[in-house]
Write a protein that binds this ligand. Structure first.
Ligand code: 5AD
Length: 358
């Protein structure tokens, strides 16, 4: 008997959540049944167990990462993404090394000890430029972690960035299923190439983050089950998930966005499957609901990634419509987050916040 037995819900599904808690994994068929049959009571039960794991390993601390969106040029044409190559309405920008270092300085003063350099796949930033940037940041802030999120690169390039001092790499697998992957991406991109990058990053020694969108066009519970199996196998240090949100200048403009409810449910499942993993309550989650990020923390998440990009370019890094915090200065974002986390009994932690999932 668990301490949380005052819920009414389908016994067979409660049993699956208990099995997940005990064994940290489920079969594909079990994932599908659990995701398909979920109810509000089952979700509450899941979140209660997810918070027990979250607090066992990370207490009530929420790690912050300073996100620097340094270029919105992208050579790719992902069908869901607002900065896809063929969106001629996107106003393109690049930050200089000087701009980026100034974001880091602001961030450091605000207590950030992780900088996430995220951008489209932009050939302007050659390996040499990236190595210079990483070297400079690590030289100025040796107590900080540098996270890269710049897409698919060769093993060699990943190794060069790592040798220059990059600690972590975020690359969502987006969806594990090859057919589903090909519905969301141009033919030049494949699920297997994506997954190979993730294995390469792990082999080199990065702390790796993967993830997927919830409710992306044509996604089924079976796809989500495959995502869970893949993530279990990859055993990453971080998993970033958020609802798909349509962008008006993409082929998916008229698709419905993913739901808050399913995103929270998947966060809870991830926390039970990989108890020590880092789980961000993402900006997309905060965009589909005013308290999305707080609800994410209460479903098991333990990271938030506020924006450190200069206010002048914020609204141009528009992966989806209505993205939040595009008007705030970094300091405002940081202060609001602090207040939001405290309103639910959590607090922001100033630390590198390395994953306990090794
Ligand atoms: N809705 C939600 N998330 C999106 N991303 C890209 N476009 C969208 C969208 N329309 C996510 C992708 C990518 C990450 C940086 O942002 O999963 O990996």
């Amino acid at each position: 008997m668990r301490s949380t037995d005052n819920f009414t819900m389908p016994d067979n599904l409660k049993h699956l959540i208990d099995k997940l808690t005990d064994t940290r994994q489920l079969t594909k068929d079990e994932w599908i049944r659990l995701i398909t049959g979920r109810t509000p009571d089952l979700a509450e039960y899941l979140f209660t167990l997810a918070r027990i794991e979250q607090q066992r390993h990370y207490g009530h601390g929420v790690y912050i990462r300073g996100l620097i969106e340094f270029t919105n040029y992208c050579k790719n044409d992902c069908l869901y993404c607002g900065i896809r190559r063929s969106n001629s309405h996107a106003r393109r920008y690049r930050l200089s090394e000087e701009d980026i270092l100034s974001c880091c300085q602001t961030g450091y003063e605000l207590g950030f000890r992780t900088f996430v350099l995220q951008g489209g796949e932009d050939a302007y930033y050659t390996d040499e430029k990236m190595v210079s940037l990483i070297t400079h940041i690590k030289g100025l802030y040796p107590d900080c972690a540098v996270t890269l999120s710049i897409g698919e690169k060769s093993f060699d390039s990943y190794r060069r960035f790592f040798d220059a001092g990059a600690d972590r790499y975020l690359l969502r697998h987006e969806t594990h299923n090859p057919e589903h992957y090909s519905r969301l991406h141009p033919p030049s991109l494949t699920a297997s190439a994506r997954q190979e990058c993730l294995w390469n990053l792990k082999e080199i020694g990065y702390q790796v983050g993967t993830g997927f969108m919830v409710g992306s066009p044509c996604q089924t519970p079976e796809h989500l089950a495959e995502d869970m199996l893949f993530i279990k196998e990859l055993n990453p240090q971080m998993v970033g998930i958020g609802p798909f949100i349509s962008h008006h200048d993409t082929p998916f403009a008229s698709w419905e966005s993913g739901s808050l409810e399913l995103t929270l449910f998947m966060l809870g499942l991830l926390r039970l499957m990989l108890p020590k993993v880092l789980l961000p309550a993402t900006t997309a989650l905060g965009t589909i609901h005013p308290e999305g990020r707080e609800l994410g923390i209460l479903a098991g998440a333990n990271v938030v990634m506020p924006n450190l990009s200069p206010a002048g370019v914020r609204k141009d890094y528009l992966l989806y419509d209505n993205k939040i915090c595009t008007g705030d200065e970094a300091a405002e974002c940081r202060k609001h987050l602090e207040e939001r986390m405290e309103s639910i009994g959590y607090h922001v932690v100033t630390a590198r916040g390395d994953s306990l999932n090794l």
